[in-house]
Design a protein around this ligand. Structure first.
Ligand SMILES: [Mg+2]
Length: 229
């Protein structure tokens, strides 16, 4: 299970959109995002606020889609192709805006059905008309709900940079079997401290995933998944 913002791609979509409004809106939204991703404020408390202050148009979301692709992290294509060829199922679960994220998924060969994100609505002329307020992904614990609902085969590894990714591992019972903090774009100490793995390159990912699968398949006598001891 992969996160998108500051993980598959170096940008935070909502911050990127906000920066196009004004430096004031950009700074405010960026601060809110950072505090939510550190777990200092609940995501649900700021999600609507951020979008309401940006109100992205359909064209802007399309531009965001291009920015996500341009900002793709090094090694992502290679790493995901290798994992897919090895029979690993890949899903993307993100609080980002679905229409902005689909171009990146397409570029990576990830089918639309494997992308779980937040839908936005537009008027006929392409003006912002709201987001899917029912989406669990706009709240803390949302990724947990989505992943639990997917009926994924265990073991599951979550890869992300934020507290909402870490929650998948720390919730009781855990929704995933291991969590890898992706720390090349942003280093968030509370997320990194609790992670099973910390990676700074996507090239590190295949060995971790295949190692986990190997352990699970061969019934290794070790009681825990290999990681940081
Ligand atoms: Mg992220």
């Amino acid at each position: 299970m992969l996160d998108v913002d500051s993980t598959l791609s170096a940008i935070e979509g909502i911050d990127w959109l906000a920066a196009r409004r004004s430096s004031e809106v950009g700074d405010r939204v960026k601060q809110l995002t950072e505090r939510a991703m550190r777990g200092e404020v609940p995501l649900g408390g700021i999600y609507a606020d951020r979008l309401d202050s940006v109100r992205p148009t359909r064209d802007e979301i399309a531009a965001l889609g291009r920015a996500y692709v341009e900002g793709m992290e090094p090694g992502v294509e290679r790493s995901l192709a290798l994992l897919t060829n090895a029979g690993i199922r890949i899903v993307v679960v993100t609080a980002g805006l679905r229409d902005g994220i689909l171009p990146l998924a397409r570029a990576l060969g990830i089918p639309e059905e494997a992308v779980y994100a937040v839908a936005t609505r537009f008027t006929d002329s392409g003006e912002y008309a709201g987001f899917d307020v029912e989406s669990p992904l706009t709240q803390n614990g949302g990724k947990v709900k989505v992943v639990r609902g997917l009926d994924l085969q265990r073991p599951i590894l979550a890869v992300g940079d934020g507290i909402t990714d870490l929650e998948l591992r720390t919730v009781d019972p855990p929704a995933v079997d291991a969590f890898a903090a992706y720390a090349r774009v942003v280093e968030r100490p509370p997320v990194i401290r609790a992670a099973d793995y910390v990676i700074r390159s996507f090239d590190e990912l295949p060995a971790i995933v295949l190692g986990i699968r190997e352990t699970a398949t061969n019934g290794s006598p070790r009681s825990r998944i290999p990681g940081r001891e």
